[in-house]
Design a protein around this ligand. Structure first.
Ligand code: 0PR
Length: 381
């Protein structure tokens, strides 16, 4: 550390210099997150000095978190489902598996069943909690196979995990059939809708053929749904919802101070800005706002798919959400070619010969056309 502090302008200039190296949103084609809505940024800054770890001081901020949770629950068929705005999908998934594990104190070596396509955050939860796990098979469209899940259930199973929209491929597991398996065997079912939770409900309202995945399905015990992804709120804003208070209570830890309710999140001291901003964005957009954005995202997705197919490129799977993979020779080389020109695309390890593109709110028709020209130039060279 410096002996004497640096003046404010120089410090801020240093920050600007670093931020200038971040990719500009208008060249980002790999991100499940996006530039947040302006009202979210305003609400975030306004609430930046709040701490939801002390609800006696921050009573109003806590109410905002509660309102944000109510909005999430209303989106997911969970009338009075309790929950919290947390740091992200990882924390939400950890909390869900913690509830599932604590629900079965009688099981000495608890196991969970996760499909091959589950997000890697589940492995953080598995390692943290010393869980065993079994991997369920997926079908040709990369959706978890309910029969494979059922075959893996045994006396040690404490939870089944299913995904409503993987960030790798955008595939949606058949949650309804999986929920029936969970009910039949009385096993906890957690749905990871971190990515799909802010796409599928609006797409369904638009008449698209996507499956139900929420609390309207008996058997779903908890859901991860992240405002800081397709919810268009600033990071950090993940969401965890439980079917009822009995399940949520399983993750509660008492504070040693009087008059403080149990902590239901992994973090103790935690900023309230994410919750206030998530509330602001959801309240401001409403269903019609999200539906408009979702419709546009799907239009752009279809446009990109058509353009790629016109070029004779093959898609390893038809996109279900707003994630497009296309096969090409030298996909990894193309990723570097893009990066050298300021463009960010990704390649998933499952498909090393395919480029993965994510359509989010910042992606425009013009950006896709520029990207396609880049692709054409790479192929010509
Ligand atoms: N579950 C699912 C289904 C997810 O898609 C993600 C993240 C998580 C859990 C974990 O959520 P947090 O990262 O909020 O803890 N999905 C993206 C991914 O890992 C996150 C992401 C976002 C990655 C933006 C890159 C990026 O630029 O692919």
């Amino acid at each position: 550390m410096r002996e004497h502090g640096l003046d404010k302008d120089s410090v801020l200039q240093n920050i600007e210099d670093h931020l200038a190296k971040d990719a500009a949103w208008n060249k980002v084609l790999n991100s499940i997150c996006t530039e947040p809505l302006a009202i979210g940024k305003e609400a975030f800054i306004r609430s930046i000095d709040t701490n939801l770890g002390d609800v006696r001081i921050f009573r109003g901020s806590s109410e905002l978190e509660h309102k944000a949770v109510r909005l999430l629950a209303s989106l997911l068929g969970g009338g009075d489902s309790p929950g919290n705005i947390v740091s992200g999908g990882t924390e939400a998934n950890v909390l869900a598996l913690l509830a599932a594990k604590k629900r079965r104190p009688d099981i000495a070596s608890p196991e969970i069943i996760i499909p091959e396509t589950a997000h890697f955050s589940l492995f953080k939860a598995i390692h943290l909690m010393g869980l065993q796990y079994r991997i369920a098979k997926v079908d040709s469209r990369f959706k978890a196979d309910p029969a494979s899940i059922e075959a893996l259930i045994n006396d040690n199973t404490v939870a089944i995990l299913a995904t409503a929209g993987t960030s790798e491929l955008g595939s949606v597991d058949p949650i309804e059939a999986i929920a029936q398996v969970a009910l039949r065997h009385r096993v906890y079912l957690h749905v990871d809708a971190a990515t799909g939770g802010f796409i599928i409900p609006f797409a369904r309202k638009l008449g698209m053929d996507l499956p139900a995945f929420d609390f309207t399905l008996e058997g779903v015990c908890s859901i991860t749904v992240d405002p800081h992804k397709y919810g268009l709120a600033p990071i950090p804003a993940g969401g965890i919802l439980f079917r009822d208070r009995h399940i949520q209570q399983l993750v509660s830890v008492d504070s040693y101070f009087m008059g403080i309710p149990g902590h239901m999140t992994m973090l103790g001291t935690r900023n309230g800005a994410g919750a206030a901003a998530a509330y602001a964005v959801m309240e401001h957009l409403g269903l019609s706002g999200y539906m408009e954005i979702t419709e546009r995202n799907f239009e752009l997705t279809r446009y990109l798919v058509r353009q790629l197919k016109d070029r004779g490129l093959r898609l390893p799977l038809e996109p279900e959400l707003n994630i497009v993979l296309f096969e090409m020779d030298g996909a990894a080389q193309f990723l570097r070619y893009c990066e050298e020109r300021g463009w960010i695309v990704s390649v998933s390890k499952r498909f090393p010969d395919a480029v993965r593109i994510v359509i989010q709110r910042h992606v425009t028709h013009g950006m896709i056309n520029q990207f396609l020209s880049l692709l054409d130039r790479f192929v010509e060279d």
